[in-house]
Ligand binder design. Structure first.
Ligand code: ADP
Length: 272
């Protein structure tokens, strides 16, 4: 009996060891597949704007063609827009790796959200040409503690998506208000929406909804933007999610905690 027991125990241990080994190999294979997917997606993302920049710069330098001023300006605009795209992609990649290393610490300062939103809109004004932006900022919204550059990156990603995944010219609504102890920002578009099954997964890195195509002239993405938004918002102690917009489209929500002293200050103001 004793030897049978030992035999059985040994074979169980061996089976568990094999299972663990197989699991380890599977994880390694998946990590490898993910790394290749990342490399090919990122290389493609880097190459597309670089090709446009190179083409515009070469055209400007062609000696046998006299470009008129307007055409020259349009080449310069292409260079600027594509450089902005590269900047955003590199920013997202750097942030993603910092988030994963746990090395991303927001350097927070007390800042009014409407000012930040207006700065972002101002910087994106070329992209937003021909769009109606309906702004609705609550006047009594207290300032929140945020890392300016990180929250700028979050809002830029959300607003750029609202442009890239919706028909040209369709309006975008931006709201900022206090709800409970949080400052709530909403970015709403009238695009194709995101299927219910994908509403959480869009915040996973490299996840892209298969049936959404960015509009003409936009780059295809790498699926990093919303993963970075989630990492940055959570590093601020906040929450990010999305809901379907009534009448079609998507609303992205970002909720950031309002510091207790500021909550008190607003209550004092609104009572007086
Ligand atoms: P990227 O846009 O670079 O692919 P994101 O992480 O920003 O990566 O977005 C992930 C996916 O979520 C997009 O590929 C797109 O399919 C979908 N998506 C994001 N924003 C919107 C939106 N406003 N409307 C519809 N689909 C969206």
């Amino acid at each position: 009996f004793f030897w049978t027991f030992i035999d059985q125990a040994t074979s169980v241990i061996e089976r568990v060891r094999l299972q663990r080994e197989n699991l380890r190999i599977e994880i390694l294979q998946r990590t490898d597949a993910l790394r290749s997917a990342l490399l090919s997606s990122v290389s493609h993302d880097l190459r597309t704007p670089l090709s446009s920049i190179k083409a515009a710069a070469s055209s400007l330098q062609q000696e046998d063609i006299q470009w008129d001023e307007e055409t020259k300006r349009s080449f310069a605009r292409t260079i600027e827009r594509e450089a902005d795209r590269l900047n955003r992609l590199v920013g997202n990649l750097l942030d993603m790796s910092r988030i994963e290393e746990g090395a991303l610490k927001p350097e927070k300062e007390l800042y009014p959200l409407p000012d930040l939103l207006d700065d972002v809109l101002e910087r994106l004004h070329t992209l937003l040409q021909g769009r109606t932006i309906n702004k609705n900022y609550a006047e009594d919204l207290p300032p929140v503690e945020l890392d300016y550059l990180q929250m700028d990156q979050v809002l830029t990603n959300l607003i750029e998506n609202a442009v890239r995944y919706t028909p040209p010219g369709s309006p975008i609504d931006i709201r900022a208000e206090q709800v409970g102890h949080e400052a709530l920002i909403q970015v709403a578009d009238r695009g194709p929406g995101i299927p219910p099954a994908d509403r959480e997964r869009v915040f996973d890195k490299f996840f892209r909804v298969t049936n959404t195509r960015p509009n003409i002239g936009s780059r295809t993405g790498s699926g990093l933007g919303l993963a970075v938004c989630k990492g940055l918002v959570e590093a601020h102690g906040g929450r990010i999610w999305l809901e379907a917009r009534e009448g079609g489209g998507t609303i992205f929500f970002v909720a950031l905690p309002i510091p207790v002293t500021e909550q008190g200050a607003t209550q004092a103001i609104s009572r007086s």
